[in-house]
Design a protein around this ligand. Structure first.
Ligand SMILES: [Ca+2]
Ligand SMILES: [Ca+2]
Ligand SMILES: [Ca+2]
Ligand SMILES: [Ca+2]
Length: 257
């Protein structure tokens, strides 16, 4: 290597040493914080980690995710063709017994959350979980939603913060369980599609629904003994704004980004 070549080599290595620590720490810090995954339902159980509670007339269960390419309905086969194919299949030498295959959807993993129920007076029911965390460094609420056509129903996403500094969401049992001291922020999605959609909602698009309660500020931080972001709820409402109807939606990968 010439002197000039050696000099250039040393300069590049020196720059690398100077630049590496900052970029390295910036990347690892970001990886830890974003996104905050609330649930991907991969344990197939909504009772733990996190614990979800349900209310109203909504059946909520973690169900196996079905890969998109396996959803096509099977072609109709005549009984005659089916019999021939069965005979052919039974005559094939069986070297190995077929192994059971764990189906994993490359997008949704092993499980998704199914929400289904019949509602009246526009309300079906909901599912929620308690958090009590600082989340003021996020800008988006993200989830994937599977609809089943134009009449799937309306999904209302509700976020609650703690404005009376007690880490609790006090709800009025006599008035639709509305918060008594804390803000309730809402975003309503009309699920009119069939199949899965990625839904990314800027947090500043959520609306405070109780102007006479709380401080009407989305302060998802634990400054001043506040519990920060207290609770997340997904509420099913009847389709098309009609008072009676069935809500049927699946969701997965609920995250703050
Ligand atoms: Ca999943
Ligand atoms: Ca409170
Ligand atoms: Ca409020
Ligand atoms: Ca607030």
């Amino acid at each position: 290597m010439s002197t000039r070549g050696l000099l250039s080599f040393l300069v590049i290595v020196g720059l690398g040493v100077i630049l590496l620590p900052t970029s390295f720490f910036a990347a690892s810090k970001r990886d830890i914080i974003f996104p905050f995954v609330l649930d991907r339902f991969e344990d197939g159980d909504i009772r733990y980690n996190p614990e979800w509670f349900t209310f109203g007339n909504l059946a909520v269960t973690a169900v196996p995710a079905v890969p998109e390419n396996e959803k096509a309905p099977k072609k109709h086969v005549s009984w005659w063709a089916a019999t021939i194919s069965w005979i052919k299949e039974s005559q094939r030498p069986k070297a190995f017994a077929p192994s059971s295959v764990l189906v994993v959807d490359p997008v949704n993993g092993r499980y998704v959350l199914k929400m289904e129920g019949l509602g009246k007076d526009w309300f079906v029911g909901g599912v929620g979980t308690y958090l009590g965390i600082t989340a003021d460094n996020f800008s988006f609420f993200y989830l994937r939603i599977r609809g089943f056509g134009p009449q799937s129903g309306r999904l209302q996403i509700e976020l609650f913060d703690d404005d009376n500094q007690n880490f609790k969401l006090e709800q009025n049992a006599k008035s639709h369980y509305e918060p008594m001291f804390d803000d309730k922020f809402v975003y309503l999605i009309d699920v009119t599609w069939a199949g899965w959609k990625d839904v990314l909602i800027p947090l500043n698009r959520f609306r405070d629904m109780n102007s006479s309660v709380g401080n009407n500020v989305m302060d998802f931080n634990q400054n001043g003994a506040s519990g920060g972001l207290l609770q997340v709820q997904l509420v099913g409402l009847t389709p098309d704004g009609k008072p009676i109807g069935r809500f049927s939606v699946e969701v997965d990968s609920i995250e703050f980004r």
